[in-house]
Design a protein around this ligand. Structure first.
Ligand code: ZN
Length: 472
Protein backbone atom coordinates (compact mmCIF):
# COMPACT_ATOMS: atom_id res chain seq x y z
CA UNK A 1 0.00 0.00 0.00
CA UNK A 2 2.78 2.39 0.92
CA UNK A 3 4.42 1.83 -2.46
CA UNK A 4 1.13 2.41 -4.27
CA UNK A 5 0.60 5.63 -2.29
CA UNK A 6 4.12 6.75 -3.13
CA UNK A 7 3.62 6.06 -6.85
CA UNK A 8 0.33 7.94 -6.75
CA UNK A 9 1.92 10.95 -5.11
CA UNK A 10 4.73 10.97 -7.68
CA UNK A 11 2.12 10.88 -10.43
CA UNK A 12 0.30 13.77 -8.79
CA UNK A 13 3.49 15.81 -8.67
CA UNK A 14 4.16 15.03 -12.33
CA UNK A 15 0.57 15.99 -13.15
CA UNK A 16 1.00 19.31 -11.38
CA UNK A 17 4.28 19.92 -13.15
CA UNK A 18 2.50 19.63 -16.46
CA UNK A 19 3.08 16.01 -17.33
CA UNK A 20 0.47 13.65 -18.70
CA UNK A 21 0.49 9.97 -19.44
CA UNK A 22 0.57 8.30 -22.79
CA UNK A 23 -1.70 5.30 -23.44
CA UNK A 24 1.24 3.14 -22.46
CA UNK A 25 1.45 4.83 -19.07
CA UNK A 26 4.47 7.08 -19.60
CA UNK A 27 4.07 10.69 -18.56
CA UNK A 28 4.25 13.41 -21.28
CA UNK A 29 3.92 17.14 -20.97
CA UNK A 30 2.32 19.54 -23.39
CA UNK A 31 4.85 22.34 -23.62
CA UNK A 32 3.37 25.60 -24.90
CA UNK A 33 4.97 28.97 -25.59
CA UNK A 34 2.62 31.04 -23.46
CA UNK A 35 -0.23 30.75 -21.00
CA UNK A 36 -2.38 33.83 -20.33
CA UNK A 37 -4.53 33.23 -17.30
CA UNK A 38 -6.80 34.86 -14.79
CA UNK A 39 -8.66 37.25 -17.10
CA UNK A 40 -12.25 37.03 -18.21
CA UNK A 41 -11.96 35.37 -21.63
CA UNK A 42 -14.59 36.54 -24.13
CA UNK A 43 -14.20 33.98 -26.90
CA UNK A 44 -16.77 35.28 -29.47
CA UNK A 45 -17.16 31.68 -30.64
CA UNK A 46 -20.55 30.56 -31.98
CA UNK A 47 -21.74 29.60 -28.47
CA UNK A 48 -20.53 32.92 -27.02
CA UNK A 49 -18.51 31.07 -24.39
CA UNK A 50 -17.18 33.39 -21.70
CA UNK A 51 -14.74 32.01 -19.15
CA UNK A 52 -14.26 34.08 -15.99
CA UNK A 53 -11.61 33.52 -14.84
CA UNK A 54 -10.29 31.84 -17.93
CA UNK A 55 -7.08 31.01 -19.73
CA UNK A 56 -5.68 31.01 -23.27
CA UNK A 57 -2.72 28.78 -24.20
CA UNK A 58 -0.63 29.71 -27.22
CA UNK A 59 1.97 27.75 -29.11
CA UNK A 60 3.74 28.56 -32.39
CA UNK A 61 1.44 31.53 -32.96
CA UNK A 62 -1.79 29.59 -32.55
CA UNK A 63 -4.33 29.11 -29.80
CA UNK A 64 -3.96 25.52 -28.58
CA UNK A 65 -6.40 25.63 -25.67
CA UNK A 66 -8.91 28.01 -24.11
CA UNK A 67 -11.22 27.48 -21.16
CA UNK A 68 -11.96 28.17 -17.49
CA UNK A 69 -9.03 28.36 -15.08
CA UNK A 70 -10.70 25.62 -13.00
CA UNK A 71 -9.93 23.15 -15.80
CA UNK A 72 -6.32 24.25 -16.24
CA UNK A 73 -4.84 21.56 -13.97
CA UNK A 74 -6.38 18.82 -16.11
CA UNK A 75 -4.84 20.15 -19.31
CA UNK A 76 -1.23 19.16 -18.46
CA UNK A 77 0.02 22.28 -20.17
CA UNK A 78 3.61 23.21 -19.43
CA UNK A 79 3.98 26.88 -20.40
CA UNK A 80 7.40 28.36 -21.07
CA UNK A 81 5.95 31.78 -20.17
CA UNK A 82 2.99 32.79 -18.03
CA UNK A 83 1.14 36.09 -18.36
CA UNK A 84 -0.98 36.85 -15.32
CA UNK A 85 -3.95 38.87 -16.57
CA UNK A 86 -6.20 39.01 -13.51
CA UNK A 87 -8.59 41.96 -13.46
CA UNK A 88 -8.68 42.26 -17.25
CA UNK A 89 -10.67 40.94 -20.23
CA UNK A 90 -9.12 39.03 -23.11
CA UNK A 91 -10.93 39.14 -26.41
CA UNK A 92 -10.17 38.55 -30.08
CA UNK A 93 -8.29 41.44 -31.67
CA UNK A 94 -10.64 43.91 -33.33
CA UNK A 95 -11.03 43.89 -37.13
CA UNK A 96 -11.24 47.27 -38.89
CA UNK A 97 -12.93 46.17 -42.11
CA UNK A 98 -12.51 49.37 -44.12
CA UNK A 99 -10.05 52.23 -44.02
CA UNK A 100 -7.64 54.33 -46.07
CA UNK A 101 -4.83 54.37 -43.55
CA UNK A 102 -2.60 57.03 -45.10
CA UNK A 103 -5.51 59.48 -44.90
CA UNK A 104 -4.57 60.00 -41.25
CA UNK A 105 -2.41 62.80 -42.69
CA UNK A 106 -5.63 64.54 -43.82
CA UNK A 107 -7.37 64.13 -40.44
CA UNK A 108 -9.60 67.16 -39.96
CA UNK A 109 -8.50 68.92 -43.16
CA UNK A 110 -12.14 69.86 -43.91
CA UNK A 111 -15.25 68.96 -41.97
CA UNK A 112 -18.98 69.54 -42.01
CA UNK A 113 -19.20 69.68 -45.80
CA UNK A 114 -21.21 67.99 -48.53
CA UNK A 115 -19.47 64.82 -49.88
CA UNK A 116 -18.78 66.22 -53.36
CA UNK A 117 -17.51 69.56 -52.03
CA UNK A 118 -15.38 67.76 -49.43
CA UNK A 119 -13.89 65.49 -52.12
CA UNK A 120 -13.42 68.05 -54.92
CA UNK A 121 -12.24 71.05 -52.89
CA UNK A 122 -10.05 69.29 -50.34
CA UNK A 123 -9.39 65.55 -50.55
CA UNK A 124 -8.67 65.11 -54.27
CA UNK A 125 -6.51 68.30 -54.57
CA UNK A 126 -4.61 67.48 -51.36
CA UNK A 127 -3.86 64.00 -52.69
CA UNK A 128 -2.99 65.24 -56.19
CA UNK A 129 -0.45 67.72 -54.80
CA UNK A 130 1.13 65.67 -52.03
CA UNK A 131 0.81 61.95 -52.56
CA UNK A 132 4.15 60.14 -52.75
CA UNK A 133 5.48 56.82 -51.51
CA UNK A 134 7.02 58.57 -48.48
CA UNK A 135 3.74 60.33 -47.70
CA UNK A 136 1.88 56.99 -47.75
CA UNK A 137 4.52 55.42 -45.51
CA UNK A 138 4.23 58.26 -42.98
CA UNK A 139 0.42 58.20 -42.94
CA UNK A 140 0.41 54.42 -42.63
CA UNK A 141 2.78 54.45 -39.65
CA UNK A 142 0.63 56.97 -37.80
CA UNK A 143 -2.53 54.99 -38.59
CA UNK A 144 -0.94 51.72 -37.47
CA UNK A 145 0.02 53.27 -34.14
CA UNK A 146 -3.49 54.58 -33.57
CA UNK A 147 -5.04 51.22 -34.46
CA UNK A 148 -2.65 49.22 -32.26
CA UNK A 149 -3.37 51.53 -29.31
CA UNK A 150 -7.07 50.93 -29.95
CA UNK A 151 -6.92 47.14 -30.06
CA UNK A 152 -7.14 46.55 -33.82
CA UNK A 153 -5.11 43.50 -34.91
CA UNK A 154 -6.43 43.17 -38.48
CA UNK A 155 -7.55 45.77 -40.99
CA UNK A 156 -8.55 46.16 -44.63
CA UNK A 157 -7.11 49.10 -46.55
CA UNK A 158 -7.67 50.68 -49.95
CA UNK A 159 -5.17 53.23 -51.16
CA UNK A 160 -2.29 54.05 -53.48
CA UNK A 161 1.30 52.73 -53.22
CA UNK A 162 -0.20 49.75 -51.39
CA UNK A 163 3.15 47.91 -51.45
CA UNK A 164 4.41 50.61 -49.08
CA UNK A 165 1.40 50.03 -46.83
CA UNK A 166 2.25 46.32 -46.90
CA UNK A 167 5.88 46.91 -45.92
CA UNK A 168 4.94 49.20 -43.01
CA UNK A 169 2.21 46.83 -41.82
CA UNK A 170 4.49 43.81 -41.95
CA UNK A 171 7.15 45.69 -40.00
CA UNK A 172 4.56 46.70 -37.41
CA UNK A 173 3.41 43.09 -37.11
CA UNK A 174 -0.28 43.64 -37.90
CA UNK A 175 -2.51 41.52 -40.13
CA UNK A 176 -4.16 43.12 -43.16
CA UNK A 177 -6.02 42.71 -46.41
CA UNK A 178 -4.50 45.41 -48.58
CA UNK A 179 -6.27 46.60 -51.69
CA UNK A 180 -4.31 48.45 -54.36
CA UNK A 181 -6.70 51.17 -55.57
CA UNK A 182 -7.53 51.10 -59.29
CA UNK A 183 -9.37 54.00 -60.86
CA UNK A 184 -10.13 55.31 -64.37
CA UNK A 185 -8.17 58.55 -64.11
CA UNK A 186 -4.48 59.32 -63.56
CA UNK A 187 -3.42 59.09 -59.91
CA UNK A 188 -0.14 59.36 -58.02
CA UNK A 189 0.94 55.76 -58.58
CA UNK A 190 -0.56 55.03 -62.05
CA UNK A 191 -0.93 57.13 -65.18
CA UNK A 192 -3.68 54.97 -66.67
CA UNK A 193 -5.62 51.74 -66.31
CA UNK A 194 -3.01 49.47 -67.86
CA UNK A 195 -0.39 50.76 -65.43
CA UNK A 196 -2.85 50.26 -62.56
CA UNK A 197 -3.39 46.66 -63.71
CA UNK A 198 0.31 45.85 -63.99
CA UNK A 199 1.29 47.45 -60.66
CA UNK A 200 -1.62 45.69 -58.93
CA UNK A 201 -0.58 42.35 -60.39
CA UNK A 202 3.03 42.73 -59.32
CA UNK A 203 1.86 43.81 -55.85
CA UNK A 204 -0.28 40.66 -55.60
CA UNK A 205 2.58 38.43 -56.82
CA UNK A 206 4.97 39.94 -54.28
CA UNK A 207 2.71 39.50 -51.23
CA UNK A 208 0.54 36.48 -52.02
CA UNK A 209 1.01 33.77 -49.37
CA UNK A 210 2.47 36.12 -46.76
CA UNK A 211 1.39 35.06 -43.26
CA UNK A 212 0.26 38.61 -42.36
CA UNK A 213 -0.61 40.36 -45.63
CA UNK A 214 -3.33 39.43 -48.12
CA UNK A 215 -2.89 41.53 -51.28
CA UNK A 216 -5.94 42.38 -53.40
CA UNK A 217 -7.15 44.55 -56.28
CA UNK A 218 -9.40 47.41 -55.17
CA UNK A 219 -11.28 49.06 -58.04
CA UNK A 220 -12.54 52.24 -56.36
CA UNK A 221 -16.29 52.15 -57.19
CA UNK A 222 -18.71 51.49 -60.06
CA UNK A 223 -18.91 55.22 -60.87
CA UNK A 224 -15.12 55.68 -61.18
CA UNK A 225 -14.21 52.39 -62.92
CA UNK A 226 -15.82 51.17 -66.17
CA UNK A 227 -17.59 47.83 -66.42
CA UNK A 228 -14.86 46.38 -68.61
CA UNK A 229 -12.20 47.45 -66.12
CA UNK A 230 -14.19 46.07 -63.19
CA UNK A 231 -14.24 42.72 -65.02
CA UNK A 232 -10.47 42.87 -65.52
CA UNK A 233 -9.99 43.52 -61.79
CA UNK A 234 -12.23 40.53 -61.02
CA UNK A 235 -10.21 38.31 -63.38
CA UNK A 236 -7.03 39.42 -61.65
CA UNK A 237 -8.46 38.47 -58.25
CA UNK A 238 -9.71 35.12 -59.60
CA UNK A 239 -6.39 34.33 -61.27
CA UNK A 240 -4.48 34.81 -58.02
CA UNK A 241 -7.11 33.49 -55.60
CA UNK A 242 -7.34 36.76 -53.67
CA UNK A 243 -10.40 38.82 -52.69
CA UNK A 244 -11.60 41.99 -54.42
CA UNK A 245 -12.29 45.20 -52.50
CA UNK A 246 -14.57 48.03 -53.59
CA UNK A 247 -17.03 50.61 -52.29
CA UNK A 248 -20.70 49.69 -52.85
CA UNK A 249 -23.99 51.54 -52.39
CA UNK A 250 -22.45 54.31 -50.32
CA UNK A 251 -24.79 57.17 -51.29
CA UNK A 252 -28.03 57.89 -53.22
CA UNK A 253 -25.97 59.52 -56.01
CA UNK A 254 -24.33 56.15 -56.71
CA UNK A 255 -27.70 54.38 -57.02
CA UNK A 256 -28.95 57.14 -59.35
CA UNK A 257 -25.79 56.86 -61.46
CA UNK A 258 -26.17 53.08 -61.73
CA UNK A 259 -29.87 53.25 -62.66
CA UNK A 260 -29.26 56.02 -65.22
CA UNK A 261 -26.24 54.40 -66.89
CA UNK A 262 -26.83 50.65 -66.53
CA UNK A 263 -30.58 50.45 -65.78
CA UNK A 264 -29.69 48.31 -62.79
CA UNK A 265 -29.26 48.93 -59.08
CA UNK A 266 -25.59 48.82 -57.97
CA UNK A 267 -25.58 45.23 -56.70
CA UNK A 268 -27.43 43.88 -59.76
CA UNK A 269 -24.89 45.67 -61.94
CA UNK A 270 -21.95 44.04 -60.11
CA UNK A 271 -23.72 40.68 -60.42
CA UNK A 272 -24.20 41.18 -64.16
CA UNK A 273 -20.47 41.86 -64.51
CA UNK A 274 -19.64 38.70 -62.53
CA UNK A 275 -17.83 40.67 -59.82
CA UNK A 276 -19.64 38.79 -57.04
CA UNK A 277 -18.24 35.44 -58.26
CA UNK A 278 -14.97 36.10 -56.39
CA UNK A 279 -14.78 36.73 -52.63
CA UNK A 280 -15.60 40.42 -52.28
CA UNK A 281 -15.16 42.93 -49.45
CA UNK A 282 -17.68 45.71 -50.03
CA UNK A 283 -17.56 48.91 -48.01
CA UNK A 284 -20.71 50.71 -46.80
CA UNK A 285 -23.82 49.07 -48.33
CA UNK A 286 -25.86 52.06 -47.14
CA UNK A 287 -28.37 52.00 -50.00
CA UNK A 288 -28.98 48.23 -50.21
CA UNK A 289 -32.57 47.05 -50.57
CA UNK A 290 -33.90 43.65 -49.51
CA UNK A 291 -33.28 42.02 -52.92
CA UNK A 292 -29.67 43.24 -52.93
CA UNK A 293 -29.17 41.93 -49.39
CA UNK A 294 -30.49 38.52 -50.54
CA UNK A 295 -28.17 38.47 -53.55
CA UNK A 296 -25.10 39.49 -51.54
CA UNK A 297 -25.93 36.86 -48.92
CA UNK A 298 -26.17 34.22 -51.65
CA UNK A 299 -22.82 35.29 -53.11
CA UNK A 300 -21.16 35.23 -49.64
CA UNK A 301 -20.03 38.83 -50.10
CA UNK A 302 -18.38 40.61 -47.16
CA UNK A 303 -20.02 43.91 -46.18
CA UNK A 304 -18.37 46.52 -44.00
CA UNK A 305 -20.59 48.95 -42.11
CA UNK A 306 -18.96 52.35 -41.42
CA UNK A 307 -21.54 54.16 -39.26
CA UNK A 308 -19.54 57.24 -38.21
CA UNK A 309 -18.28 58.00 -41.72
CA UNK A 310 -21.80 57.55 -43.14
CA UNK A 311 -23.21 59.87 -40.47
CA UNK A 312 -20.55 62.54 -40.93
CA UNK A 313 -20.95 62.64 -44.73
CA UNK A 314 -24.73 62.28 -44.34
CA UNK A 315 -24.70 59.27 -46.68
CA UNK A 316 -27.63 57.54 -44.98
CA UNK A 317 -28.08 54.56 -42.66
CA UNK A 318 -27.14 51.06 -43.79
CA UNK A 319 -29.89 48.43 -43.26
CA UNK A 320 -27.87 46.66 -40.56
CA UNK A 321 -30.75 44.91 -38.72
CA UNK A 322 -31.89 43.38 -42.04
CA UNK A 323 -28.31 42.36 -42.89
CA UNK A 324 -27.87 40.75 -39.46
CA UNK A 325 -31.18 38.92 -39.90
CA UNK A 326 -30.03 37.64 -43.28
CA UNK A 327 -26.84 36.27 -41.68
CA UNK A 328 -24.45 38.22 -43.88
CA UNK A 329 -20.70 38.42 -43.54
CA UNK A 330 -20.98 41.80 -41.82
CA UNK A 331 -18.09 43.72 -40.28
CA UNK A 332 -17.41 47.23 -39.00
CA UNK A 333 -15.02 49.86 -40.35
CA UNK A 334 -13.79 53.32 -39.49
CA UNK A 335 -13.26 54.43 -43.12
CA UNK A 336 -10.42 56.95 -43.58
CA UNK A 337 -9.52 59.37 -40.79
CA UNK A 338 -10.50 62.34 -42.99
CA UNK A 339 -14.17 61.33 -42.77
CA UNK A 340 -14.42 60.11 -39.18
CA UNK A 341 -11.91 61.57 -37.83
CA UNK A 342 -10.25 58.69 -36.04
CA UNK A 343 -9.59 54.95 -36.33
CA UNK A 344 -11.43 53.89 -33.19
CA UNK A 345 -13.48 50.72 -33.51
CA UNK A 346 -14.82 51.00 -29.93
CA UNK A 347 -16.63 54.15 -31.03
CA UNK A 348 -17.93 52.40 -34.17
CA UNK A 349 -19.37 49.58 -32.04
CA UNK A 350 -21.04 52.05 -29.69
CA UNK A 351 -22.34 54.13 -32.62
CA UNK A 352 -23.59 51.10 -34.58
CA UNK A 353 -25.54 49.77 -31.61
CA UNK A 354 -27.13 53.15 -30.84
CA UNK A 355 -27.69 54.46 -34.39
CA UNK A 356 -29.87 51.53 -35.44
CA UNK A 357 -31.93 51.72 -32.25
CA UNK A 358 -32.62 55.37 -33.02
CA UNK A 359 -33.41 54.88 -36.70
CA UNK A 360 -35.63 51.82 -36.17
CA UNK A 361 -37.34 53.14 -33.03
CA UNK A 362 -36.51 49.78 -31.51
CA UNK A 363 -34.13 49.68 -28.50
CA UNK A 364 -33.53 45.97 -29.03
CA UNK A 365 -32.09 46.51 -32.55
CA UNK A 366 -28.34 45.71 -32.82
CA UNK A 367 -27.49 44.41 -29.34
CA UNK A 368 -24.13 44.89 -27.65
CA UNK A 369 -23.24 41.27 -28.47
CA UNK A 370 -24.08 41.86 -32.14
CA UNK A 371 -21.97 45.03 -32.21
CA UNK A 372 -19.01 43.20 -30.65
CA UNK A 373 -19.55 40.39 -33.15
CA UNK A 374 -19.33 42.82 -36.07
CA UNK A 375 -16.03 44.14 -34.68
CA UNK A 376 -14.50 40.66 -34.22
CA UNK A 377 -15.78 37.45 -35.85
CA UNK A 378 -18.15 39.37 -38.16
CA UNK A 379 -15.23 41.45 -39.44
CA UNK A 380 -13.19 38.27 -39.92
CA UNK A 381 -16.08 36.82 -41.96
CA UNK A 382 -16.38 40.03 -44.01
CA UNK A 383 -12.66 39.77 -44.82
CA UNK A 384 -12.97 36.02 -45.58
CA UNK A 385 -10.46 35.25 -42.80
CA UNK A 386 -12.87 33.63 -40.33
CA UNK A 387 -11.18 30.24 -40.60
CA UNK A 388 -8.06 31.87 -39.08
CA UNK A 389 -9.10 34.81 -36.86
CA UNK A 390 -12.04 36.59 -35.22
CA UNK A 391 -12.61 34.37 -32.17
CA UNK A 392 -10.56 32.74 -29.43
CA UNK A 393 -10.81 29.08 -30.35
CA UNK A 394 -8.42 26.15 -30.50
CA UNK A 395 -6.62 26.12 -33.86
CA UNK A 396 -7.08 29.80 -34.66
CA UNK A 397 -4.21 32.28 -34.87
CA UNK A 398 -3.33 34.01 -31.61
CA UNK A 399 -4.61 37.50 -32.44
CA UNK A 400 -5.91 38.93 -29.18
CA UNK A 401 -6.10 41.94 -26.90
CA UNK A 402 -6.02 42.39 -23.15
CA UNK A 403 -8.31 45.17 -21.94
CA UNK A 404 -8.09 46.79 -18.49
CA UNK A 405 -11.20 47.06 -16.31
CA UNK A 406 -9.92 49.32 -13.54
CA UNK A 407 -10.72 52.85 -14.79
CA UNK A 408 -13.60 54.79 -13.20
CA UNK A 409 -15.63 54.59 -16.42
CA UNK A 410 -15.23 50.79 -16.28
CA UNK A 411 -16.56 50.48 -12.72
CA UNK A 412 -18.59 48.50 -11.69
CA UNK A 413 -19.18 45.61 -14.11
CA UNK A 414 -22.51 43.81 -14.53
CA UNK A 415 -22.40 42.54 -18.10
CA UNK A 416 -19.10 42.29 -19.98
CA UNK A 417 -20.59 42.56 -23.48
CA UNK A 418 -22.49 45.77 -22.82
CA UNK A 419 -19.49 47.03 -20.87
CA UNK A 420 -17.13 46.50 -23.80
CA UNK A 421 -19.48 48.16 -26.29
CA UNK A 422 -20.91 51.05 -24.27
CA UNK A 423 -18.21 51.90 -21.68
CA UNK A 424 -14.77 50.71 -22.82
CA UNK A 425 -12.45 53.23 -24.51
CA UNK A 426 -9.55 52.59 -26.89
CA UNK A 427 -7.21 53.73 -24.10
CA UNK A 428 -8.31 50.75 -21.97
CA UNK A 429 -6.49 48.34 -24.33
CA UNK A 430 -3.32 47.26 -22.52
CA UNK A 431 -1.72 44.51 -24.56
CA UNK A 432 -2.06 43.42 -28.17
CA UNK A 433 -0.81 40.26 -29.85
CA UNK A 434 -0.84 39.18 -33.49
CA UNK A 435 0.00 35.59 -34.44
CA UNK A 436 1.44 34.91 -30.98
CA UNK A 437 3.76 37.96 -31.04
CA UNK A 438 3.26 40.89 -28.68
CA UNK A 439 2.92 44.18 -30.58
CA UNK A 440 1.97 46.28 -27.54
CA UNK A 441 2.61 45.44 -23.89
CA UNK A 442 1.38 47.58 -20.99
CA UNK A 443 0.62 50.24 -23.64
CA UNK A 444 4.25 50.29 -24.75
CA UNK A 445 4.61 49.89 -28.51
CA UNK A 446 7.11 47.18 -29.39
CA UNK A 447 7.36 47.61 -33.17
CA UNK A 448 6.86 51.31 -33.90
CA UNK A 449 8.27 54.61 -32.66
CA UNK A 450 5.39 56.89 -31.74
CA UNK A 451 6.97 60.33 -31.33
CA UNK A 452 8.88 60.36 -34.64
CA UNK A 453 5.73 59.20 -36.47
CA UNK A 454 3.71 62.03 -34.94
CA UNK A 455 6.37 64.61 -35.70
CA UNK A 456 6.55 63.43 -39.30
CA UNK A 457 2.75 63.74 -39.61
CA UNK A 458 2.87 67.34 -38.32
CA UNK A 459 5.43 68.22 -40.99
CA UNK A 460 3.20 66.70 -43.68
CA UNK A 461 0.26 68.67 -42.27
CA UNK A 462 2.13 71.94 -42.91
CA UNK A 463 3.11 70.82 -46.39
CA UNK A 464 -0.47 69.85 -47.29
CA UNK A 465 -1.88 73.08 -45.82
CA UNK A 466 0.62 75.17 -47.85
CA UNK A 467 -0.21 73.26 -51.04
CA UNK A 468 -3.90 74.14 -50.65
CA UNK A 469 -3.25 77.70 -49.47
CA UNK A 470 -4.88 77.00 -46.08
CA UNK A 471 -4.24 79.24 -43.06
CA UNK A 472 -2.28 77.78 -40.18
ZN1 ZN B 1 -13.73 54.26 -48.15
Amino acid sequence: MAIIRKVLSILLVLEFAGFSRLAGGEPVAKPVDLLIRGAAVVTMNSDHDLFDPGYVAIDKGRIVAVGPVSELAGTRLRPRNIHDARGTVILPGLVNGHTHLAMTLLRGIADDLDLQEWLNRFIFPAEAKNLTREYVAAGTRLGLIEMIRGGITTYADMYYFEETVAEETKRAGLRAVLGQTMIDFPVADSRDWSEAMSRTESFIRRWKGDPLITPAPAPHALYTVSGDHLRQARDLAARHGVPLLTHLAEAPTETEYSLANFHLRPTAYLEQLGILNVPTILAHGVQLDQAEIGLLRKREAGIVHCPQSNMKLSSGTAPVPAMLKAGMRLGLGTDGAASNNDLNLWEEMDTAAKLHKLISGNPTAVSAVQALEMATIGGARALHLDDRIGSLEKGKLADLIVVGLDAPHQTPVYNLYSHLVYATKASDVRDLMVGGKWVMKRRRLLTLAEQPAMQEARLYRDKVARSLGLER
